[in-house]
Ligand binder design. Sequence first.
Ligand code: SF4
Length: 276
Amino acid sequence: MKVVVADKCGFCLGVRRAISLAEQTLEENGGFYSFGPIIHNADVVEKLAKKGLETVDSIDEIESGRILIRSHGATRKQINEIKDRGLDITDATCVLVKRVQNIANELESDGYQVVIVGDHGHPEVQAIRGSTDYAIVVDGIEELSKIRYNKKLGVICQTTQSPQHFGNMVSAIMQHGFGEIKVVNTLCGEAIKRQESAAELCRDVDVMFVLGGKHSANTKKLAELCKKYNNNTFHLQNKDELDEKMVSGMSVAGVTAGASTPDWVIREFVEELEKL
Ligand code: SF4
């Protein structure tokens, strides 16, 4: 089977930096804690756990030591709690996420009602919201009724949303008659390049594979996008989920991967696929 890998796929800059910071800290200081899984990829979390990076869901679970803030960032309240407990911090918040937090803060200080277009449950969105006092999160057009009409709005976006969704939401907000709307494009260029490169590849292949954790928001978005352009799209975690039936009667397969999928998962998958 001929296999074509998307030009841009796999680890983004923010994830690479978080992992290398974690590895460096493990080497220098020994075992420590990660506040939530370092990335949404079970293989990487397991690998780092063996080296001493223990994932905790709550700061209360830690009496002393060091804690990693992952690339999604943390809320002001969480950072204060960490400091109050006297824990050391390894801050792996992606610079692009930090930028969005700062923008949200500045907009709020300037009197704007901050509106974040994003997934309610995503840790990055919660961290951006939690770096302000009053920001509102809206996922879809049906949620726009949450915004009060007398406000001037500062609209920003979760870094990994698609430009199409952000554009649709901004357009819908514009039609609601607010007096002043300031839109700041906070989409991540890395995520957009992955989406564009995957969409392009989808058109030229018989079957498309999107590799990455089932909880990874950007991988899920990538899989939804690929499905639009190629109905034979499969979202798999790794080579173990590959089934020969998926490629039966097909000759060209495309492969892309979310920003939290390591190179070795992609490599192993491609090798397995090429054997079919
Ligand atoms: S997808 Fe973009 S914003 Fe998110 S961690 Fe990676 S580089 Fe940073």
